[in-house]
Design a protein around this ligand. Sequence first.
Ligand code: NDP
Length: 293
Amino acid sequence: MTIIDGKQTAEEYKAALKQEVKEFVAKGKRPPCLAILLIGNNGASETYVANKLKTCHDVGFSASLYRFENTVSENEVLTCINELNFNSNVDGIIVQSPFPNHISPQKINEAIHPAKDVDGFHPMNAGRLQQNKPCYISATPKGIMQLIEKYKIETQGKHCVVVGRSNIVGMPMSILLSRNSKPGNCTVTICHSKTVDLASFTKRADILIAAIGSPELITADMIKEGAVVFDVGITRVADKTAKSGYRLKGDINCDEAAPKSSYITPVPGGVGPMTIIGLLQNTLLAAKNAIYN
Ligand code: NDP
């Protein structure tokens, strides 16, 4: 059994990104620039944004943070996005989720120009992904694909079960693994909250990807012997013994599942660090594609 080290892999990709940025800037280009919009003061979002800003800094990107109160109107956020769409000093735009209820994720995602949509959530990028055309691939599935490559995990002909069908993780993940490419060529089953008898599907997975957001919902008895297991879920679970008052839990009980698996990602330190890498790779690509830089 191998524990997939997302942290170490991300460090290797970070070094490669840093070198690419250096070469890009040496050609007389300005460094790639990511604009991050953050609404409200959700603790987890603050942490994710701080990590994104730090990693941008580490690889030589510039990054700017646009903060909004929880009560900000949808129009104000859309106006900010529109200005950034036209700002030739900005290559990528992301809005940290979750949003307050009065702000429509769909409107926000569709407001970002597809050429600056480095999260890959715009329907244009999602559609191009489905058609196997060049596009910005959603960062988490992109990160998982890179872990599959790095660990030389065979995917062709394998049965992959993706639990979760969000536009951010589950759906693009299922598309990537079912595409006629390498990695790819899996037979993919997608499960969701209405799936009856989830275990009957997960038990047949050669590759299991859990993107649910329900701590340790998937137990060892639901996993096939020798399966490759990716745990995307991250939930803060209250724990008085932890300094922060909480612990991060995945969708899978890693301690129990690990002995049954051939490869498994821990939480934290598995998929999470590669998500930031995927985002930064997309931003560098946007900077390279930009006609104004
Ligand atoms: P969503 O809430 O958008 O989607 C969750 C999916 O899980 C839905 O499709 C839902 O089904 C399904 N689901 C919920 N309950 C069950 C159940 N009991 N059985 C089977 N399926 C179920 O979440 P996201 O996709 O955005 O994120 C999922 C998790 O991954 C979260 O913990 C999130 O924090 C984490 N995450 C981690 C990232 C990382 O970098 N590691 C990046 C992004 C997300 P239905 O469609 O029917 O509602």
